[in-house]
Design a protein around this ligand. Sequence first.
Ligand SMILES: N[C@@H](CCC(=O)N[C@@H](CS)C(=O)NCC(=O)O)C(=O)O
Length: 213
Amino acid sequence: MQLIGRYSSPFVRRVAVTMQHYGMAYEHHSVMPFGAGRGQVARLNPIARVPVLRLDDGEMLVDSAAILDHLDEVAGPEHALVPANGKARRRVLALLAIALGSNEKLVTALYERHFRPKELWHQPWIEACEGQVRDGYLWLEEQFTGPWFTGQAMSQADLTVAVFWSFGMAKRPGIFAKLACPKLRVLSERLEATPAFKAAPPETEMLSNQLGN
Ligand SMILES: N[C@@H](CCC(=O)N[C@@H](CS)C(=O)NCC(=O)O)C(=O)O
């Protein structure tokens, strides 16, 4: 399998960490969906987004949720990080929906600050997005009763929130360091120290480094 996209993308990284966790071998192609890399990504995904997972028979999967759904199927119900059915599955998907939504709003605000000239930044829009980010993480913090989100076993909710938390801390430390989310912080630090996370560290980012806190 080939995983396309840089680990500096939290969507790519959650796929990579999951593959490491499952012990699945893959080739990593660290390509950005912007600038010089855009054409290469567009040949694999019509909307030029990462992650893309190319399966051994050439089939192309796009979108981290669809990719993870496939990987869970390959891992099998005993090992899958999202339960196969019922209330347990709905619970993990509900947590993931808020984590993904919060992270998407963070990325939206980052893109506003990266792609538009500073004098055209629309501050009310940035603040609205960042308010949604805060509300999402505060809700997730409330849901976390430990040792994992859904009890005694790690799920995709834990892995994804840990990846997204690290991304938020790196990109907008001024927001994330002030968030009253001690349980999410500990969860992220705990998982970042595991072999699966260490095997897929975020590369030095080339985009959005100069955006302030
Ligand atoms: N819902 C998608 C989001 C993927 C996404 O936004 N990827 C970003 C990189 S962090 C990207 O490719 N951005 C380029 C673009 O949106 O044009 C997923 O979960 O895979």
